[in-house]
Design a protein around this ligand. Structure first.
Ligand code: MN
Length: 232
């Protein structure tokens, strides 16, 4: 054991359904504008090449099955948006992974929220600045437990939705992704060497909007159950 000047920060571990083991997180990648109707609501055509940004692993809020995640309303924003997303968890990686082998890298899937300080993100876009303050802030990634692909099968379709205070705000189907999951993994692996422990938030469907303190979000993806996150 090396002699560090202080105790290293803990590895972020996500619960795995049906297992006592945790999934150790390395990096968190996110796909931007990956559903055409969401791209349009953000002012784009929905036919651009995929692009990516990252969140720090310690920005995740792991929400174990059957529990409620609490996200504190973040600082410096008056426009906190939800983005309900399917998260893919890799247990293998590599560079330049071919599309037809990309699903082999997937250990499992989870429900996730790519929470966004939209006002800060819009300002970053306007100024041509990086997105971290809009996307990578503390507690910006509530995430449910990992459902192993060995149990769920390989996901390529099925409903994805988000309710806020009992009203459905987002609903679509995983088949509506512009870049499907193997295509996103293949493309991303040309930009970064992927590795076991990497997560990919695969983009949000249309219907994004703001939440405030006291709001209750319930996300659902077919085959992965529900997860509930409160803004506190
Ligand atoms: Mn997103």
């Amino acid at each position: 054991m090396p002699d560090y000047v202080f105790t290293p920060p803990p590895v972020v571990g996500l619960p795995v359904m049906g297992s006592a083991q945790l999934f150790p997180v390395r990096r968190v990648y996110c796909v931007g504008r990956n559903y055409a109707e969401h791209a349009k609501e953000m002012g784009f055509t929905g036919r651009e090449d995929p692009f990516f940004f990252c969140k720090p692993a310690d920005a995740l809020i792991p929400v174990p099955a059957g529990q409620i995640g609490n996200m504190r309303y973040p600082s410096k924003t008056a426009n906190l948006h939800y983005e309900m997303e399917l998260v893919v968890a890799l247990d293998k990686g590599g560079r330049d992974i071919p599309v037809d082998r990309a699903n082999d890298c997937i250990f499992g899937y989870a429900l996730g929220l790519d929470m966004t300080r939209r006002d800060l993100q819009n300002e970053c876009k306007k100024q041509g600045r990086p997105w971290e303050i809009g996307k990578g802030f503390d507690e910006s990634g509530p995430i449910g437990p990992i459902y192993p692909r060995s149990v769920t099968g390989t996901l390529s379709q099925g409903s994805i939705s988000l309710d806020v205070n009992g009203t459905q705000r987002q609903v679509s189907d995983l088949s509506q992704m512009i870049w499907n999951i193997p295509e996103s993994i293949a493309y991303l692996s040309g930009l970064f060497e992927l590795a076991a422990g990497d997560l990919i938030f695969t983009g949000t469907p249309e219907g994004v909007g703001a939440v405030v303190k006291g709001d209750k979000m319930i996300g659902h993806i077919a085959g992965l159950g529900d997860f509930e996150v409160h803004v506190v």
